[in-house]
Design a protein around this ligand. Structure first.
Ligand code: C2E
Ligand code: CA
Ligand code: CA
Length: 267
């Protein structure tokens, strides 16, 4: 117990120092329209490179950033960095490109969150309707009143909302309908099942059908094989993200990847 707390505190200080010394950076994982094979956007993902050159995975440091409140500053910085990159991509002719940005619970429920979103959009000049905020399904379940209000304001700013890790949080379906979100993101676990079990992704299929009846978009994450891509497409899921298409890329590598794949948006 004591060791665990000490380790957490140590990591918290290290994270603060990394943030101050600009050792955090954002990578971008392309999102593909499986019918046209075009990259229609990317998800911004945070990386931490330590002084000795090794990487600490976000699954380890995001919880610490949340717990310590650091996520508010770090999250705002991610938001601004991703918006800035979106503007650059649009200027280079990728004018249909969208940017998905993860927003954690502590960030989202912070009283200044809406202001920081507005400022990020304003300062970078990012087109709000190409910015998509990913909130997790478990977040969608806590404090529904506040959530509905916040989502409403985000919509007024013009940004989109996507529910991350969908299928893991047991949302009530009537609640989901009230939230008026734009997209569901099928959790990797359900994509992973495709090709493994005889049922061939029955949960993924059900989520696609749910999105169709609610008339919202759907994307699959963690697509690693062609078989998974084809199966998802046969379910009616057109959008995908995963190692089968591309790993998360630095902004330089993203440009090269976009050119190499001739996945050029309408120029
Ligand atoms: P997530 O939002 O579910 O992000 C998707 C994760 O799946 C990423 O891990 C990505 O690299 C990984 N991934 C993508 N394609 C594949 C695939 O085909 N196979 C497998 N096995 N994995 C794939 P990553 O970058 O390590 O991020 C882990 C989590 O950390 C994210 O999960 C998200 O919850 C959190 N995170 C990352 N960046 C941020 C951020 O800027 N803000 C917040 N609040 N959370 C973040
Ligand atoms: Ca995400
Ligand atoms: Ca996810």
């Amino acid at each position: 117990m004591g060791v665990e707390i000490r380790e957490r505190v140590r990591m918290m200080h290290a994270l603060r120092a990394a943030f101050d010394n600009e050792r955090l950076f954002v990578v971008f994982q392309p999102q593909i329209d499986m019918i046209t094979n075009e990259a229609v956007g990317a998800e911004a993902l945070l990386r931490w490179k330590t002084e000795d050159g090794s990487f600490i995975p976000p699954d380890q440091f995001i919880p610490i950033a949340e717990y310590s409140g650091l996520i508010v500053d770090i999250g705002e910085w991610v938001l601004r960095s991703a918006c800035y990159e979106l503007v650059q991509l649009h200027a280079q002719g990728y004018t249909n490109f969208k940017m998905a940005i993860n927003v954690s619970q502590a960030q989202f429920s912070h009283p200044l969150f809406l202001q920081s979103l507005e400022r990020a959009l304003h300062d970078t000049g990012a087109p709000a309707n190409f910015v998509e905020l990913e909130i997790t399904e478990s977040m969608a379940m806590t404090d529904p009143e506040l959530l509905i209000k916040t989502l409403h304001h985000i919509k007024q700013l013009g940004a989109q909302i996507s529910i991350d890790d969908f299928g893991t949080g047991f949302s009530s379906l009537s609640h989901l309908q009230k939230l008026n979100v734009d997209k569901l993101k099928i959790d990797r676990a359900f994509v992973n099942e495709i090709g493994e079990n005889a049922d061939e992704g029955s949960i993924a299929k059900m989520i696609v059908q749910l999105s169709q009846s609610l008339n919202i978009k759907v994307i699959a994450e963690g697509v690693e094989t062609e078989h998974q891509a084809k199966t998802l497409l046969s379910f009616g899921c057109r959008l995908a993200q995963g190692y089968f298409y591309a790993r998360p890329l630095t902004k330089e590598d993203l440009r090269t990847w976009l050119i190499d794949n001739e996945q050029v948006m309408t120029r």
